[in-house]
Design a protein around this ligand. Structure first.
Ligand code: CUA
Length: 186
């Protein structure tokens, strides 16, 4: 069988592109650790308000320079609507929904999650600079979808932020890092 030269070249180019894409995929997953988000937990959507930590949405300090923002999405608002966190700290957003699928997107960042009834969504981010960020729902969720938004206010590092739990640091973290914590939460 005679294969035309141009046809051979075309096949070769196709093979090279295929191998290059496969290698890029392996490189992204192995070297850069890029994966689809895992399921971070489950929660009964009918019982969100009674299930910790969602029974008290807000900001918790989890360690020196480490905070968790617990957020509930529902048609058509976020609770709390305004979240204050310090710049430079590691912020974990833990969110879920009580009704339908909502989006959780903080503009200008890579924070982009879906809130799915029954599932807990988590993502961690460090805001480098103080400023205001818009939190929007970017999954169509009904009539007032376009009004569903919140605000993330990033205050300068070292500024107090209102905490749901009164600023109590987990006991083990407090011991090892009492000194570090002092500048965040005095
Ligand atoms: Cu919630 Cu769109």
């Amino acid at each position: 069988m005679k294969v035309h030269t141009y046809e051979k070249a075309f096949l070769a180019v196709g093979a090279v592109v295929l191998v290059a894409c496969a290698l890029a995929l392996v490189y992204a997953t192995v070297v850069h650790g890029i994966h689809l988000p895992d399921v971070s937990g489950r929660v009964d959507p009918a019982n969100v308000a009674a299930t910790p930590p969602f029974d008290q949405p807000g900001v918790y300090q989890r360690g020196p320079d480490e905070y968790e923002a617990v957020v509930i999405g529902r048609a058509w608002s976020f609770q709390p609507t305004e979240i204050r966190v310090p710049a430079g700290a590691k912020i974990t957003f833990t969110a879920t929904t009580t009704d339908v699928i909502h989006g959780f997107n903080i503009e200008g960042t890579r924070l982009n999650m879906m809130l799915i009834p029954g599932q807990v969504s988590k993502n961690t981010y460090t805001f480098a600079e103080p400023g205001e960020y818009l939190l929007i729902c970017h999954e169509y969720c009904g009539l007032a979808h376009h009004l569903m938004h919140g605000r993330i206010i990033v205050v300068p590092a070292g500024t107090d932020v209102p905490l749901v739990n009164g600023g109590a640091v987990a006991a083990d973290a407090a011991e090892s890092a009492a000194g570090d914590a002092a500048h965040v939460n005095h």
